[in-house]
Design a protein around this ligand. Structure first.
Ligand code: FAQ
Length: 305
């Protein structure tokens, strides 16, 4: 069956199927960007592993950050089925020719940020990624199933941490509110530019790579999060936020999309730090890659291949 016929029937495209070059390129761009986000996304929370307030919180945070490394690896593997390899994609990231999510360019100032990242950032990731489990490209959609299960655990650990802090001292409650105030708008920006300024959405939706537009998913996230904020006892920092009976959705203010553009183009609070750390980790890992390659070559020689 041809590519267009498979897409029209809602069937999956698999690596050996013929596909238009534009489809392949869009997937490589989106999957690579997603993989880079998972790996760079280990940094903001990772900074708190040594400073977690208890052994239990340290173990939970360790596990979560490790999961993110795993997500990056599934995603690089999905990208490899499209004929690019991980080393090549990493190089493009380090040269600034591929992106990672804007959200990871903001600092984590207190332990409450760990909870708010779980609640907002993993919550936004779930809204965005659950529909990607039905993405038209098989390896991407299948990677997403497992990732989403883990993201949903991440979201609940963040929310549970915040519930604990909110039943603590006045200072702990203030830390939670402060973290909510700082992360709310950047989290809404994770969904990308508004639909009328999103150059890739129409084609990506026609190909079934994306199943919903950026604004649809942003709305879904707001609707999901408002009742959770009420239960937690925090205020979302948006004076325009209110239930709209007619639409059956919450109205909310417009994120500062100029800020999103600035952060994406490298001018966010932590872009330099995140990239410097990523570059350093890559250099520090050179001997591991060399050892693994030498081992694989030896193994191949032993097998006579
Ligand atoms: N940051 O035309 P569109 C996580 C770029 S979750 C940076 O709307 P598209 C889990 C966009 O690439 C975070 N760049 O683009 C976790 C494009 O530039 P390009 C990762 C952004 O692709 C939690 C240009 O702007 N999740 O890591 C952003 O149709 C906690 C125009 O935009 C994913 O990647 C942004 N926020 O829609 C880990 C999900 N928004 O490439 C650790 C999969 C837009 O043409 C801790 N990705 N841009 O040069 C997607 O769903 C889509 O790629 C969107 C963007 C929705 C992000």
């Amino acid at each position: 069956m041809t590519f267009d016929a498979l897409i029209a029937r809602g069937q999956r495209i698999e690596p050996r199927d013929d596909m238009p070059e534009g489809y392949r390129k869009t997937l490589v761009r989106q999957i690579a960007q997603h993989a880079h986000s998972e790996i760079i996304g280990m940094q903001p929370e990772g900074e708190w592993i040594t400073r977690a307030p208890s052994l239990r919180r340290k173990a939970i945070l360790f596990a979560k950050v490790q999961d993110e490394a795993g997500h990056g690896l599934y995603l690089y593997s999905a990208a490899e089925t499209l004929g690019v390899d991980r080393a090549e994609l990493t190089e493009l990231l380090l040269q600034g020719r591929q992106k990672y999510s804007s959200i990871f360019n903001y600092p984590t100032l207190s332990f409450a940020d760990v909870g708010v990242i779980g609640w907002f950032v993993d919550g936004a990731a779930i809204c965005n990624q659950v529909p990607l489990c039905r993405s038209s490209y098989g390896p991407y959609a299948r990677a997403m199933v497992r990732i989403c299960k883990e993201e949903s655990f991440h979201q609940r650990q963040g929310y549970e941490l915040l519930l604990r802090m909110m039943s603590g001292t006045e200072a702990q409650r203030a830390d939670v509110q402060d973290a909510v105030d700082r992360w709310w708008w950047p989290s809404l920006m994770m969904f990308g530019p508004p639909d009328d300024d999103s150059p890739n959405t129409a084609q990506s939706m026609a190909w079934g790579i994306k199943r919903h537009s950026n604004d649809e998913l942003r709305q879904r996230f707001v609707d999901m999060t408002v009742p959770q904020a009420e239960k937690l006892g925090v205020t979302l920092p948006d004076p325009e936020l209110r239930w709209n009976e007619e639409r059956g959705h919450h109205d909310f203010g417009r994120p500062d999309f100029d800020e999103l553009k600035r952060v994406i183009s490298g001018d966010g609070p932590c872009n330099e730090q995140r990239m410097a750390r990523r570059r350093q980790a890559h250099e520090d890992g050179a001997w591991v890659r060399a050892a693994a390659a030498a081992h694989a070559a030896k193994h191949r020689a032993q097998q006579g291949r």
